[in-house]
Design a protein around this ligand. Structure first.
Ligand code: MTE
Ligand code: MO
Length: 551
C-alpha cells in the first residue's frame, strides 16, 4: 500500500490532563455545594478527617514529630498528589473505555460521600457535595475527551470520511471507537484529519474547564467567607470581667536569656494539635454544653450562662503528649473560664463515677479523671485565652483546660458534651488508637539557648530554657556539660505550680565540641528521669541535650 502513515499522535498527555481537570472540577463543585448545604462534608476535608481518625498512633506520632503543626498541610498536599495521579490515570483509561475512567471517578465520589456522611454531626445533605461534584466531574471528563485530538468528536468525523473511500487494504474496517489511530489508519493518503477537533479546540475546552473549576472554587471561597459569621461574632465579643483575676505575674518569671521562649505564649504562636482538618465553626449564640450520665441532675448551660457566671482567670501551661524530649508542643496562657467543679457540684456525680468523657462538636473525645475536675485545681470550661475570646483553632467558643494533664485526655476544644461515667464503661478517641486512657504530665525540661549545633565564641555563654511539671511545680534545674557533674541552674520566679518555669545558667565555654544536658526536679522532690521513653502511649521521658561548637 502507498499510504503514508501520519506519525502516531500521542494522546495520553491530553487524556491525563483531562482527568486532572475533571478532578479539579469535581473538587471545586463539591466545595461549592458543601459551602451551601453541608460545610463539613467537602470531600477533601471529610476524607482527610476520616483518614486522620483511622491513622494508627505510630503514623500519627511520626507525622507530628516530622511535620509538627504542619502535619495537616502535608496531609492535604499528599491527598492532592494522590488524587491528581488517580485522576490522570482515570483520564487515560477513559480515553480507551470511558466507563473505566468513569468508574475511578465514581469510586472516588463514593469514598467522598461515605466519608462525608460518616463524620460526626454529618447533616442530611452530607453526601451531596461528593455526588454533585462527581456528576459534574464525569460530564467534564466526557466533554474534554470528546475534544481530544484523536478523540470522540474527531473519530466521528474520521468515521464519516471512512465511509467514502476506504476500507483498509485488507478490507478490514477500522473500528474507530477505541483505536488511537483510527483516523490515520483509515486514510489511504496523508490528509489533515480531525476537522472536528484540533489541538486548539481541545486546549480551548481545557482552558474553559479550568476556568469553570477556578470560578467554582473561588465562589466557594467567597461564599464561605461571607458566611463565616462565627469569626465576626467572635471578634465583636467582649469578655466579662473575671470574678477572680489571675495574680499578677512575678517580675522575674523570665530568665532574661536572649532568645528563650517568652513566658506567656502569644495566641498566634501557641502550638495547635487536633484531629480537625477544617476548624469547626461553632456559633456561640446556639452553643451549649450538657452535663449528664452518672449525675443526679442533668445540666445544660449556654454561652450566655458562662458570660454571666463568676469566671476565674488562671495561668496554665498546656502540653501535648506527642511532645518529644526538647520539643515545642507546649504553651503557656492566661485562661478565663468557669471551674468545671462548679458545674459538677450542681450536677452531683453519683457514686462509682470516676471519669468525665468530654466530646467536641467534631466527635473528638477525652477521658478525664473525675477527681481532676472536682479537686481544687483550676480545671476550666474556658472561653478566654490571654484576654481574648478563644481563637477558633484553640476551641472557640468553649474548651476544657485541666492543669496537670496532657491535652489529649483533658483539653477538649469546641466542647459540647460532658458525660460523667466510668473508665470501665467508656473510651476516649485516643484510647482506641493505642494511647493511654489517663495522661498526667511528666516532668520535662529543655534547653532553648543555645540551639543545637550552635557555634559560639569561648567565654561566658548564657544558657537558658524552660522546665515544667504542672501540678507539682519545678523546684530545681541542673545543667551538665559533657560528662561533668550536674550544676545548679538559676530558676526564674515561679508563677504557680501549673505553669512552666524558666531557668538560666552561665557557662564558661572552652573551645571544642560540647554537649549540654538539662534535668529538672519537681515539687515532690523527684528528679527527672534520664530513661528515654517514646511519646506513645503516655508521654516521652529523658534528658534534653544540645551539641555546640565553641571556637
Ligand atoms: N476537639 C478537639 N480537642 C482537642 C484535640 C482534638 O484533636 N480535638 N486535641 C487535644 C490535644 S492532643 C491537645 S495537645 C490540645 C492542644 O490544644 P491547642 O491546639 O489549643 O494547643 O488540644 C486537645 N483538644
Ligand atoms: Mo496532644
Amino acid at each position: 500500500m502507498t499510504a503514508t502513515r501520519q506519525p502516531r499522535r500521542r494522546t495520553w498527555p491530553g487524556a491525563a490532563l483531562s482527568g486532572v481537570l475533571a478532578a479539579a472540577t469535581t473538587l471545586a463543585v463539591a466545595q461549592l455545594v458543601a459551602v451551601l448545604v453541608a460545610p463539613r462534608a467537602a470531600p477533601l476535608v471529610a476524607v482527610g478527617g476520616a483518614f486522620i481518625d483511622a491513622t494508627p498512633p505510630a503514623l500519627k506520632d511520626f507525622a507530628i514529630e516530622t511535620f509538627g503543626t504542619n502535619d495537616k498541610l502535608v496531609l492535604l498536599i499528599g491527598m492532592g498528589v494522590v488524587i491528581a495521579v488517580a485522576a490522570a490515570v482515570a483520564g487515560v483509561l477513559a480515553r480507551r473505555r470511558f466507563w473505566l475512567g468513569g468508574a475511578v471517578v465514581v469510586v472516588l465520589a463514593a469514598v467522598g460521600a461515605t466519608a462525608g456522611a460518616t463524620r460526626a454531626n454529618a447533616g442530611t445533605f452530607a453526601v451531596a457535595p461528593s455526588l454533585v461534584g462527581g456528576l459534574v466531574g464525569l460530564v467534564a471528563l466526557r466533554l474534554l475527551l470528546s475534544q481530544l485530538p484523536g478523540g470522540r468528536a474527531e473519530r466521528r468525523v474520521a468515521a464519516a470520511d471512512e465511509l467514502r473511500p476506504l476500507a483498509g487494504p485488507d478490507g478490514r474496517r477500522v473500528r474507530g471507537a477505541d483505536d488511537e489511530n483510527a483516523a490515520t489508519d483509515g486514510a489511504t493518503t496523508a490528509q489533515p484529519v480531525g476537522t472536528g477537533s484540533t489541538r486548539r479546540t481541545f486546549l480551548a475546552t481545557a482552558l474553559l474547564t479550568a476556568a469553570f473549576a477556578a470560578a467554582a472554587g473561588a465562589g466557594a471561597q467567597l461564599l464561605s467567607q461571607a458566611t463565616q459569621s462565627v469569626e465576626a461574632a467572635r471578634r465583636a465579643l467582649r469578655l466579662p470581667t473575671p470574678a477572680r483575676r489571675a495574680p499578677a505575674l512575678p517580675a522575674g518569671v523570665e530568665s532574661g536569656v536572649e532568645g528563650a521562649e517568652p513566658f506567656v505564649t502569644p495566641n498566634d504562636g501557641f502550638y495547635r494539635i487536633d484531629t480537625a482538618l477544617d476548624i469547626p465553626q461553632v456559633d456561640a449564640s446556639t452553643w451549649s454544653v450538657r452535663v449528664h450520665g452518672m449525675v443526679e441532675e442533668e445540666i445544660e448551660i449556654s454561652y450566655q450562662d458562662l458570660l454571666d457566671a463568676d469566671l476565674v482567670e488562671s495561668w496554665v501551661t498546656l502540653t501535648c503528649v506527642s511532645n518529644v524530649v526538647g520539643g515545642d508542643l507546649a504553651g503557656n496562657a492566661k485562661w478565663l473560664g468557669l471551674p468545671v467543679r462548679e458545674l459538677l457540684a450542681r450536677a452531683r456525680p453519683t457514686g462509682g463515677a470516676d471519669m468525665v468523657l468530654s466530646t467536641s462538636i467534631d466527635g473528638f473525645t477525652a477521658s478525664t479523671p473525675l477527681e481532676a475536675l472536682t479537686d481544687d485545681r483550676d480545671a476550666l470550661l474556658a472561653i478566654g485565652m490571654n484576654d481574648e475570646p478563644l481563637p477558633a483553632v484553640h476551641g472557640y467558643p468553649v474548651r476544657m483546660v485541666v492543669p496537670g494533664l496532657y491535652g489529649f485526655v483533658s483539653a477538649t476544644k469546641w466542647v459540647v458534651d460532658l458525660e460523667v461515667t466510668r473508665y470501665s464503661d467508656a473510651r476516649a478517641y485516643w484510647t482506641d488508637r493505642g494511647w493511654s486512657e489517663k495522661g498526667p504530665i511528666k516532668t520535662a525540661s529543655r534547653i532553648e539557648v543555645p540551639g543545637s549545633f550552635a557555634r559560639l565564641p569561648a567565654g561566658q555563654v548564657a544558657v537558658g530554657g524552660t522546665a515544667w511539671a504542672q501540678q507539682r511545680g519545678i523546684t530545681a534545674v541542673e545543667v551538665k556539660v559533657d560528662g561533668g557533674d550536674w550544676q545548679p541552674a538559676t530558676l526564674a520566679d515561679e508563677a504557680n505550680v501549673d505553669t512552666w518555669r524558666q531557668w538560666s545558667f552561665v557557662w564558661d565555654a572552652t573551645p571544642g565540641t560540647h554537649q549540654l544536658t538539662v534535668r529538672a526536679t519537681d515539687g515532690t522532690g523527684e528528679v527527672q528521669t534520664a530513661d528515654r521513653v517514646d511519646t506513645v502511649p503516655d508521654g516521652s521521658t529523658g534528658h534534653h541535650s544540645v551539641s555546640v561548637t565553641v571556637e
